[in-house]
Design a protein around this ligand. Structure first.
Ligand code: FAD
Length: 326
């Protein structure tokens, strides 16, 4: 099921009451509340399996779901519910933001969108440690955005490191330009939907390496290769001119904020009881707050509170209210 919606050209079309960055349980639930409160709502999410719930194979403790359910399936249901109330969902990655002032601007892979309020729900699957050579060669062949940079690699060989559907989407996109794309999955299988995996297997330009961990990006002034450890088979060096990195770790995902919001010493965003940050109109929820209890139901509950907080903020109300008549 897909609710994807392309950012359109008209200025009004790209302006929202609220934009939610991250469509995990926190963000999707916030959207259910803001859309139901008739706020024009956009969820931007970089991929169904790029977050904690989306990559979870099975979950059995979410209220109302008896038995086991795949994390991605549960997430799709939450997103479907938000869309049913009028929220728009775009598969897109937020690269930068400008949060000051009444109109917030978000810079994404597909363009620019604006909103009166922003909810950050990007989770904690971000990376702390970089691969050797990554920082030095950033912008010199190392990239985090195929949509932005693929055209620079026309008829060249490139590597994509990652196993989420974000990594798979980006690898497939790169095949339109590159001569050959090595897809390096650190796990023995991709964590992307079956139809996407089928596309990978059918694409003659894609060379999928399973159980392949990116160890180093090689080159002096530009990328010249990648060193890869293959599970149980030692290492190999692949000659490439581009390295696109979509690996996951365990840090709050806040890189796109470029220091515009205060964080704790451990890199966690800080909020008040209504999940408002120190910047008016900007909220944060879910695992990006480094909650003591990282559970889908907790993230969803925070999304509900933040959704109501945004409605209160935008309508100049003093108290949180739920309109049961709808
Ligand atoms: C392996 C594993 C098993 C788990 N098992 C359970 C369980 O059994 N029960 C349970 O309750 N909880 C479980 N959890 C915890 C639960 O999944 C998390 O607490 C919950 O998903 C957090 O929700 P979230 O919305 O804050 O973040 P996430 O679910 O991580 O969602 C964040 C979203 O933000 C998006 N995003 C990130 N950066 C950007 C960007 N720049 N632009 C656009 N989108 C972006 C990602 O694509 C992602 O969809 C598990 C977690 C893991 C890792």
């Amino acid at each position: 099921m897909s609710f994807d919606f392309a950012l359109s050209a008209g200025a009004d079309d790209n302006h929202y009451d609220v934009i939610i960055i991250g469509g995990g349980p926190a963000g999707a639930t916030a959207a259910i509340y803001t859309a139901r409160a008739d706020l024009k709502t956009l969820i931007l999410d970089k991929g169904l399996t790029a977050g904690a719930l989306g990559l979870t194979a099975k979950i059995a403790n979410y209220p109302g779901i008896v038995g086991e359910i795949g994390g991605a399936e549960l997430l799709e249901r939450m997103r479907e519910q938000a869309v049913s109330f009028g929220a728009k969902l775009s598969t897109d990655k937020v690269q930068g933001v400008d949060l000051e002032g009444e109109v917030k601007t978000l810079y994404t892979n597909q363009g620019t969108v604006t909103a009166r309020a922003v909810i950050i729900a990007t989770g904690s699957m971000g990376r702390g440690q970089r691969v050797a050579g990554e920082d030095r060669l950033l912008g010199r062949g190392v990239s985090y955005c195929a949509t932005c940079d693929a055209a620079f690699f026309r008829d060249q060989d490139v590597a994509v490191a990652g196993n989420s559907d974000e990594a798979v989407e980006e690898a497939l996109f790169l095949t339109r330009f590159a001569r050959k794309v090595y897809l390096l999955s650190p796990t023995p299988e991709l964590k992307a939907p079956a139809h996407r995996v089928a596309e990978v297997n059918a694409n003659p330009k894609l060379d999928l390496r399973l159980g392949a961990s990116l160890r180093e990006i090689l080159g002096e002034d530009k990328v010249e290769g990648v060193r890869v450890a293959l599970r149980g088979q030692g290492e190999e060096t692949l000659a490439v001119t581009g390295a696109f990195v979509y690996l996951q770790g365990g840090k709050p995902v806040t890189d796109f904020l470029q220091g515009q919001l205060a964080t704790s010493e451990t890199g966690c965003l800080m909020v008040d009881r209504e999940f408002a940050t120190a910047v008016p109109g900007v909220y944060a929820i879910g695992d990006v707050l480094c909650n003591h209890i990282k559970q889908a139901v907790v993230a969803a509950a925070e999304g509900a509170v933040a959704g109501m907080s945004v409605e209160k903020h935008l309508n100049g109300r003093k108290q949180l209210v739920v309109d049961w008549s709808k």
